[in-house]
Design a protein around this ligand. Sequence first.
Ligand code: ATP
Ligand code: MG
Length: 139
Amino acid sequence: MNRTFSIIKPDATKRNITGSINKIIEDNNLIIVAQKRLKLSKEKAEGFYAVHKDKPFFNDLIEYMTSGPVIVQVLEGDNAVENYRKIMGATNPDNAEKGTIRKEHALNIQENSVHGSDSITNAEIEINYFFEENEIISN
Ligand code: ATP
Ligand code: MG
């Protein structure tokens, strides 16, 4: 059992498909143990994606991630980090497997509907970036 961090990105909140995305998450045995809807500030988004600050797509990424509401969530389950990455599908939806969130819902490589932590260490860092421990309620 472990936890991972998830963001439902602005392309998905704008299209009102957050329930469809969370159905895929719940159908795959991940439990949403914390959740909030917020608008990322430029500073908060830049801090979150600091690892990408030298990438050519960084400025566009920050503009997109601050363009509308996001839903930040903590997911809990067996092998949560690995399981959720698999359910999300490849970064570019053209390369994502059928049935994954990105294959079913993403618009393109940038507007790809969801974020998921890529390691247990990063999951802990990212969860702490958005949530206090007392906001996370396991079943
Ligand atoms: P995430 O970190 O959001 O879960 P990821 O780990 O699959 O996605 P990263 O390589 O960490 O992908 O990229 C972070 C985000 O930056 C992507 O999800 C996407 O929104 C955007 N991005 C990545 N590569 C590109 C690109 N080549 N062009 C435009 N946007 C990109
Ligand atoms: Mg990533």
